[in-house]
Design a protein around this ligand. Structure first.
Ligand code: ZN
Length: 106
């Protein structure tokens, strides 16, 4: 498991808590709520609320609450070789130093 930056809201998420970011298993979910999100790596809160084929609600569409949702400047981070979120410019792993307020609603 590793940390990554959600491509929709910019928050720091853990793959283990967001179905690997909903990537590569897109067909399992109903993306009609936000078709533009299909194929992106996204957090649990931005994730789909319904499974494909009318199989019912997922546990997603809300923040999991396992740790604080920290929003970060979009595109300024990447997942490094040890699975931590690394600031592109400084190389630092303490992403909380770059936390910002976000207007994105779940
Ligand atoms: Zn998100």
């Amino acid at each position: 498991m590793s940390l990554f930056q959600c491509e929709v809201c910019g928050c720091c998420e853990n793959t283990a808590l967001s179905c690997q970011g909903f990537k590569y298993i897109e067909e399992c979910f109903d993306w009609s709520y936000a078709p533009e999100r299909e194929g992106l790596k996204i957090c649990s809160a931005c994730g789909p609320t319904e499974y494909a084929g009318g199989e019912g609600p997922t546990e997603y569409g809300q923040w999991h609450g396992e740790f604080d949702r920290v929003f970060l400047p979009m595109g300024e981070f990447h997942t490094n070789r040890v699975g931590n979120l690394e600031h592109n410019q400084s190389g630092g792993e303490d992403f909380r130093l770059y936390a910002i307020q976000s207007e994105v609603k779940p």
